[in-house]
Design a protein around this ligand. Structure first.
Ligand SMILES: Cc1cc2nc3c(=O)[nH]c(=O)nc-3n(C[C@H](O)[C@H](O)[C@H](O)COP(=O)(O)O)c2cc1C
Length: 367
């Protein structure tokens, strides 16, 4: 399974894996794919140094990348406190009412809420980049829009290719004009922030829109047959996120959440603004239902919603409050039915890919 892009990056398989866990990213790379570590939760540069040091030691000199979240629109001079002050009381009361309804205890004294909006601020992403360019990363990906021109230049000066996620052909054309090297065509099925176009429709449209740039197909890919489909649609590789969440190397910190993922079917996710204020696909829970309830106040725009729910989410995760417990995950969650090593997932992907190719060859009368 080799394409011009996988050859240029020096990987055996054109399978790119996004993950927030260093152990998963390193295992993807060791299995012959291209591991991409999500950096959004690294608000302290020291933590990123620690984990990139670890990645260096566990990737055997093979290539890997980093994914940052640099919003396209920069808001100058606004602090977290300014954003905090913009949150209406009605919304704060609504959060409290949900937590009360499900008896979610407060965090113990001194335990800080884990997830803040700072990881989405350009200053924070820039400090992550200052760290990242000290390591031999081969790819820098950006989630929300094209990174600023100076960041693209800096990456290129370090020999690092730049990728950006696109949910529509319009986004993809914008990335091409900005000087991006690789476009990830991420469909509606995907876990995390998504647009409204399915991968099956989006991939060939993006391939045509940015030709000759390489495109990776993303969203709803979790089997080798789906990899073959993505490549058949013109992609030079595939980009998988959800499938790694239930691997043995993943560190979800919650057995109950892993069990929920393993039990979920393809219809158990929802594209909701509950987490960040922008539509993101995630497990459907009592929490997402509460924010989609027309009798409630509805969600706030990004970044207000993320800040509003940060502490509540930390509490839900800490106490594993079953009905409210969720995570970003895509429709492929239905295929995530057992906890396996990254290598076992990879073996399954490559076997499925071979099966698909054999089948198509038979259909085409070539075998
Ligand atoms: C738990 C989770 C967190 C994600 N966080 C990010 C992120 O921080 N940055 C990013 O570029 N994409 C993020 N994504 C999206 C992935 O990069 C990828 O495009 C998506 O998972 C592909 O679709 P799939 O989930 O169907 O495999 C996330 C996805 C998941 C499941």
């Amino acid at each position: 399974m080799q394409t011009e892009l996988s050859n240029a990056l020096g990987v055996e398989y054109a399978v790119f894996g996004f993950t927030p866990f260093p152990a998963v990213a390193a295992a993807i790379t060791r299995a012959g794919g291209f591991g991409v570590l999500g950096a959004v939760r690294y608000t302290a540069p020291g933590d990123l140094v620690r984990d990139l040091d670890w990645m260096q030691e566990h990737t055997e000199g093979l290539p890997y990348g980093l994914d940052v979240v640099m919003p396209a629109k920069k808001v100058e001079g606004v602090t977290e406190a300014d954003v905090e002050a913009m949150i209406p009381e009605e919304h704060r009361r609504y959060v409290q009412a949900i937590l009360d309804k499900y008896d979610v205890p407060p965090l113990p004294p001194g335990e800080a809420s884990g997830w803040r909006i700072t990881g989405w601020m350009e200053e924070v992403a820039r400090t992550q980049l200052d760290v990242a360019f000290d390591y031999p990363i081969k790819l820098l990906a950006n989630a929300l829009g094209s990174p600023p021109a100076d960041v693209i230049e800096r990456a290129h000066a370090h020999g690092v290719k730049v990728a950006a996620l696109a949910g529509s052909p319009r986004h993809a054309r914008h990335h091409k004009a900005a000087g991006i090297d690789i476009v990830v065509a991420q469909g509606y099925e995907a876990g995390g922030h998504t647009g409204e176009i399915a991968t099956m429709v989006l991939t060939p449209e993006v391939v045509a829109a940015v030709d000759p740039l390489p495109v990776l197909a993303a969203g709803g890919i979790g089997t080798g047959e789906q990899i073959a489909a993505g490549l058949a649609l013109g992609a030079q590789g595939v980009w998988l996120g959800s499938i790694w969440l239930t691997t043995e190397e993943a560190d979800l910190h919650s057995r109950r959440l892993t069990a929920k993922l393993l039990a979920a079917g393809p219809g158990d996710t929802v594209r909701s603004r509950a987490l960040t204020g922008k539509p993101a696909r995630q497990l459907r829970t009592a929490w997402t239902d509460a924010w989609d309830d027309p009798s409630g106040p509805g969600t706030l725009p990004m970044p207000l919603q993320g800040l509003l729910v940060a502490e509540a989410n930390s509490r839900i995760q800490r106490y594993e409050t079953e009905p409210l417990l969720g995570t970003p995950v895509g429709q492929i969650v239905g295929r995530m039915t057992s906890e396996r090593s990254v290598q076992a997932v990879f073996d399954d992907l490559t076997r499925g890919f071979e099966r698909a190719i054999d089948r198509i060859n038979r259909i085409a009368g070539r075998a």
